[in-house]
Design a protein. Structure first.
Length: 226
């Protein structure tokens, strides 16, 4: 049977699981931490909570996190996750993030995920608040209308890269190898070294060919350490 890559986004977590996952990747909320949380999937479901349920506190911390940590996001994985999510408001948020982080060209394709009229971040009163307080400059000219002060931007709300690299193995491997599929496959192998190549590929969300090559390299180093 041919290898078939499964959905990148995966099933929707429970509220409690999402909280653990958000804490695990460095969003500063109170709760237990899942330090094995999938980074991009957690980011997408956090944005859903922020945009669809009007969770402005979550959206604030998420946006700050992206400003601090975007260099270590697997952009291809993130784009796949956004494409798989059905919400137009979520698409608008990520298109706006791509506009804000335009110097990181890896995210440029996200601007095409939403091409309709700009979306208001607030359920009501966005125009009034923007006239009164001005706009959040991070989202100026983007697909999202955000009044200034609506989304607090404070770096102390998120874990720093150096601390997160010590706590989250997947993040640490991206720091070492770059935010690539190779780093993600390596993380799976560190946790489960005896998996088949097909299962490693499935868990990492990548192609069989990519997983196969990384598995060979991992086994070379593993044999050398015996």
């Amino acid at each position: 049977m041919a290898f078939i890559r499964t959905s990148t986004l995966g099933p929707h977590p429970s509220d409690d699981q999402l909280t653990r996952d958000m804490v695990g990747i460095g969003l500063g909320f109170a709760g237990e931490s899942n330090t094995a949380a999938a980074i991009e999937e957690t980011l997408i479901y956090a944005s859903e909570l922020g945009m669809e349920a009007h969770g402005l506190r979550v959206l604030s911390v998420l946006t700050t996190w992206l400003g601090v940590h975007h260099a270590h996001i697997n952009a291809d994985r993130l784009i796949r996750c956004v494409d798989e999510h059905p919400s137009s408001r979520v698409h608008a948020y990520w298109a706006a993030i791509a506009t804000w982080l335009e110097k990181d060209r890896r995210f440029a394709r996200l601007t095409k995920t939403y091409v309709d009229e700009p979306v208001d971040v607030l359920a009501t009163g966005t125009a009034f608040q923007m006239a009164r307080r001005g706009k959040d400059e991070r989202f100026a000219g983007s697909s999202l209308r955000v009044p200034a002060g609506t989304l607090r931007d404070r770096e102390s709300d998120v874990t720093s890269p150096s601390v997160l690299a010590k706590r989250h193995a997947g993040y640490r491997n991206r720091v070492l190898m770059g935010p690539t599929w190779r780093a993600d496959v390596w993380t799976v192998l560190e946790q489960h070294p005896n998996l088949t190549v097909a299962e490693v590929a499935r868990r990492a969300g990548t192609s069989f060919a990519t997983a196969w090559q990384v598995v060979q390299d991992f086994r070379v180093l593993s044999a050398g350490s015996d």
